[in-house]
Design a protein around this ligand. Structure first.
Ligand SMILES: *[C@@H]1O[C@H](CO)[C@@H](O)[C@H](O)[C@H]1NC(C)=O
Ligand SMILES: *[C@@H]1O[C@H](CO)[C@@H](O)[C@H](O)[C@H]1NC(C)=O
Ligand SMILES: *[C@@H]1O[C@H](CO)[C@@H](O)[C@H](O)[C@H]1NC(C)=O
Ligand SMILES: *[C@@H]1O[C@H](CO)[C@@H](O)[C@H](O)[C@H]1NC(C)=O
Length: 960
């Protein structure tokens, strides 16, 4: 009595002061948030939504959605890159990402990237349509940016659609480093966010609800068997009452071996099962037949709790069902012994009426076994149809779907439920891309209306590329499943709507495929023939796109990105790396060579040097109508020979058309070859090309002899910009997106690549000629003079000559560095030796002068002398040898090599001869001097005598 009184008082008080309390709370919240968010460097007023993506509130997301495009702002209390992803499931896989960071020059860089899996997201081929940066900040330990995103991403598979009014998974990664790399644990997270204002019923979150009760279903402890797959069943009685309502669900901690659990509602449970309550679970799943087929809920990896919005609840009780069957699936691949589990699940419920009763409809393949998936396919679809005869049993106003739970096993990739109304497909109920087994969730829907007579097609798509045998549907986790459980209101008696395969048997009333409709009021499902099972919508092509229905027939969702480069105006190369190859690091890549028939052959090669490159030659075939593709490798300076190990094929679209040769090529093992490798994700992959103009080769022989090239070069390709599409010939597909990179835009080789091959050739020749002049002529001459001649001013002649030689060398080295930079040869021994010599020789004149001064004083070689003399000798000989390395690197003509070899050899011999001769002469004289000085001059006087500067200066100097 007293309690009731208090309750009334309390409720009066709360009613009258509720607006006040609310206002106060709101003001507090506003004040709180504005204080808390003062660190956000952009104008927050422009947005109409905000949520913290992490628990501490250090990563804040802001948004303003509109019809065509929406604006997002993201700010993080970190001082490195900040990545925000639009994800389908909360996983990285398939996420469309906005990445902001500062580069070395302190510029704010914004990139649209795409994550193909749990790997570094790749730069999207589209950097301008999908996302655009509006402002970027990085200062004082905060990184933030605002960007605009198109709501509809043109069906480009690597980009996400964002609905104006819907739930969206956001993922983020932050760092204190600006180098975009793998995030460290803890610096990432996911959040399911409701954009816009639309009504939502089922929330993937745990929220307290006042004035409610709760109960926990506990499976009595089991020792998980050592079998890989175990299903256990335990029966539980729900809280008593005619009508109660589930308001929320909270999964509890379980063994890691728990693969999933399902709670089935038992409508009209036969009495013989009821004594299972309180007993040990029945884990003899192959013998046990579960009599319960309503659906209450499921837990699978990735799931958190759920709460319905106020006013909604799922009915249970004597009017519905009183018992539930808990099914636990244990997956014990390592066959661990003695692991115990007490799986449990807590429900929040009320016995007070709710405004709206929620029901669950099971779609997908209830017939868990008896179907198979084709092995070895990137995407293979499995569909089931829910026919209009069953949906006709809904109330005449239809039902409103509020959430859907898609369930598959490890091979699952995409899932969807399509709606066919009056024979036409309308916007799907749900379409989930990039399913991840570990990230399952109840997908919130924006209240999708379904009408009686609708036909629903539930499709699951799987990746069976690792399988060699047909993959069965089945209970074990290594088999597959396909379910879609739809929560909707108002609840009605239809529990499941799908199809079954009855096989052929004499006892059958229906043979083959039949429709199935299960109602809570019926003891067994209705199975019937339906004309709708064979509708053309059933066998959907495996695609997984999210394009509007109008576009689903064209294959545009599988757009391949192709990079195109024309290093010479008429010689062009293109490349595509299929999505799958890029993410797995191996597999097919596609490239194209194209050139006029005025070239006798054209080659594209992977690598930095022809001598270790993976080469592909194209020349005209015997009939002159097609091209011959010849994979080759070159050893040393030999003509490249056919390499049998390369897995290549010539594709459609190859041939000679309009006086142009085109080779469309698939290569299955271009990630590595005998002498090198190429990462299929390399953003600076090195490529070479070569060609020779002349008459057609007209041969089908892949080892046909070819003439020396008359032009060659190198360029880099950012493979991430060539990534995308399915594993098919991208050059004959109209949907392919081609990005043309002029070689001048390629990094690190700006000016070099802009030059014509002829000019490049001249640069290389000039470099060679100047360096040869320095090392094979001037430097040796200067040194030989000193050894063999003697005249007044010899020292200065020597010095002048060598300084002149150094100037010539500087010119040669300048050219060399320019060339090496352009063709990515800076790491080559030739370049390194050259640069070391350039550095060391710089000091030679100074050391030379010191040596000369000191020598004049002490009349004897000092450390300075040896430094000068031996550095010179070793340096000059090294330089001569380096010339040879350079010729090798340039694949110089044989005649050049011979001329250089002979000349350098000759000079080398004369030079060494002069050194030997000079040293002998010196040794003779210094032994005479030594005899003289030791007998005539005491040690202490020698210094003085040297000061005189008299004597035959010239002859002294020759002993340097
Ligand atoms: C369930 O109810 C008990 C007692 O009413 C309460 O202590 C407990 O916190 C509740 N559990 C949940 C998950 O709400
Ligand atoms: C196929 O095998 C690879 C390597 O074992 C694995 O990473 C990948 O997840 C597998 N794919 C599927 C669909 O199971
Ligand atoms: C089903 O197929 C079996 C065997 O092919 C046949 O004997 C039986 O008559 C068929 N039943 C119907 C209803 O067509
Ligand atoms: C050239 O050969 C390839 C591979 O056999 C083929 O696909 C293509 O159609 C041929 N082109 C012409 C013009 O015959």
């Amino acid at each position: 009595m007293l309690l009731a009184h208090y309750a009334t008082l309390l409720s009066r008080f709360t009613q009258s002061s509720l607006p006040l309390i609310f206002l106060a709370l709101a003001a507090f919240a506003v004040a709180q948030s504005s204080i808390d968010l003062d660190w956000v460097p952009f104008d927050r007023e422009q947005f109409n939504g905000n949520v913290a993506l992490d628990e501490k509130g250090n990563v804040q997301l802001f948004w303003k959605t509109a019809n065509e495009s929406s604006t997002f702002g993201v700010a993080s209390r970190s001082s490195g890159y900040l990545a925000l992803g639009f994800s389908e499931t909360g996983a990285m896989t398939g996420a469309d990402m906005a990445v902001g960071y500062k580069d070395q020059d302190d510029n704010f860089v914004f990139e649209n990237r795409h994550a193909m899996g749990f790997v570094t997201p790749q730069v999207s081929p589209d950097q301008k349509n999908n996302m655009q940066l509006q402002e970027g900040h990085q200062a004082d330990g905060v990184t933030a940016f605002i960007f605009e995103k198109q709501n509809k991403a043109d069906c480009l598979q690597t980009q996400a659609d964002v609905a104006k009014d819907a739930w969206q998974w956001f993922i983020y990664a932050i760092s204190d480093e600006n180098t975009f790399a793998q995030h460290t644990p803890g610096n990432m997270g996911k959040e399911y966010v409701k954009l816009g204002t639309g009504k939502s019923v089922s929330l993937n979150q745990i929220r307290d609800i006042d004035d409610t009760k709760n109960f926990t279903i506990v499976q009595p402890e089991v020792t998980i068997p050592t079998a890989v797959t175990t299903y256990c069943y335990s029966l539980h009685k729900m809280p008593a009452g005619d009508k109660n309502y589930l308001l929320g669900e909270r999964p509890n901690e379980s063994s890691e071996l728990l693969h999933h659990l399902v709670l089935y509602a038992c409508y009209g449970l036969p009495d013989e099962y009821k004594d299972m309550v309180g007993k040990e679970p029945n884990c003899d799943y192959e013998a046990f037949s579960n009599p319960c087929n309503g659906f209450v809920t499921e837990w699978a990896p990735g799931m958190t709790g759920r709460t319905f919005e106020p006013g909604y609840g799922k009915p249970f009780g004597t009017e519905q069902y009183e018992y539930v069957m808990l099914e636990t699936h244990y997956n014990n691949p390592e066959r661990l012994e003695g692991v115990k589990d007490t799986a449990s699940y807590t429900f929040i419920y009320t016995d007070k009426p709710v405004d709206t009763e929620i029901g669950t409809l099971t779609l997908g393949d209830l017939q868990v076994e008896g179907w198979f998936l084709e092995p070895g396919k990137l995407l293979v679809a499995h569909s089931t149809v829910c026919t209009p005869e069953c949906t006709d049993r809904w109330p005449s106003d239809g039902i409103t779907a509020v959430s859907v739970f898609h369930h598959m096993h490890y091979r699952g990739r995409n899932a969807r439920v399509q709606i066919i109304r009056d024979g036409k497909e309308i916007t799907p109920l749900s379409s989930l891309r990039d399913f991840e087994y570990g990230y399952q969730f109840s997908k919130s829907l924006d209240s999708v209306k379904l009408l009686p007579g609708d036909k629903l097609i539930t499709t699951c798509e799987y990746d069976t590329s690792n399988d060699t045998e047909p993959v069965p549907g089945g209970l074990p986790s290594e088999d597959e499943m396909c379910f879609a459980w739809v929560d909707y209101y108002p609840a009605n008696s239809v529990l499941a709507c799908t199809q079954v395969d009855l096989g052929n048997s004499a006892e059958n009333e229906i043979n083959g495929t039949a429709a199935l409709c299960l109602e809570s009021s019926a003891a067994s499902p209705d199975v019937y023939n339906s004309p709708f099972l064979t509708a053309s919508f059933q066998n959907l092509s495996a695609s997984g796109n999210t394009c509007p229905v109008e576009n689903t027939t064209s294959g545009v969702s599988n757009q391949a990105a192709v990079l195109n480069t024309c290093p010479e105006t008429d010689v062009c190369f293109s490349l595509n790396v299929p999505q799958r190859s890029a993410s797995s690091g191996s597999g097919d890549i596609y490239f194209q060579l194209s050139a006029p028939v005025t070239y006798s052959w054209v080659a594209l090669a992977q690598g930095t040097m022809m001598s270790n490159a993976n080469m592909f030659l194209m020349y005209s075939s015997a009939d002159g109508k097609n091209v011959t593709l010849s994979p080759r490798t070159a050893s040393g300076h030999m003509m490249p020979t056919h390499n049998e190990a390369t897995d290549v094929s010539l594709l459609d679209g190859s041939g000679i058309f309009n006086d142009r040769m085109t080779a469309n090529v698939r290569c299955g093992n271009c990630d590595s070859w005998d002498t090198g490798t190429m990462s299929l994700q390399d953003s600076n992959s090195n490529w070479l090309y070569a060609h020779s103009q002349g008459s057609p080769i007209n041969s089908d022989d892949r080892n046909a002899p070819i003439l020396q090239h008359d032009g060659e070069g190198g360029f880099q390709w950012d493979l991430s910009r060539a990534t995308g599409g399915s594993d098919t010939n991208p050059f004959t597909d109209a949907a392919t997106i081609t990005t043309t990179t002029s070689p001048s835009a390629a990094e690190g080789q700006h000016s070099w690549a802009r030059l014509s091959t002829q000019t490049q050739m001249r640069f290389v020749q000039a470099h060679g000629a100047l360096a040869s002049l320095a090392f094979v002529a001037i430097f040796p001459l200067g040194a030989i003079l000193v050894r063999l001649t003697s005249f007044r001013g010899l020292v200065w002649t020597h010095g002048g000559l060598q300084v002149f030689g150094y100037a010539v060398f500087v010119a040669a080295a300048g050219l060399g560095i320019f060339i090496a930079n352009g063709v990515a040869y800076l790491q080559e021994p030739h370049a390194i030796i050259g640069m070391i010599l350039l550095g060391i020789f710089f000091f030679m004149p100074f050391i030379g002068i010191i040596h000369h001064k000191v020598y004049k004083k002490v009349q004897q070689r000092t450390l300075w002398s040896y430094g000068h003399i031996f550095t010179g000798r070793i340096g000059v000989i090294l330089g001569m040898i380096n010339g040879g390395l350079g010729l090798q690197l340039a694949h110089a003509r044989r005649s050049y090599v011979i001329v250089y070899g002979v000349f350098a050899g000759l000079i080398g011999v004369v030079y060494i001869g002069a050194i030997v001769f000079g040293e002998c002469k010196r040794a003779r004289r210094s032994s005479q001097n030594a005899a003289a000085s030791s007998s005539v001059y005491p040690e202490s006087k020698r210094l003085k005598r040297d000061d005189s500067g008299s004597g035959s200066g010239a002859s002294q100097e020759t002993t340097i």
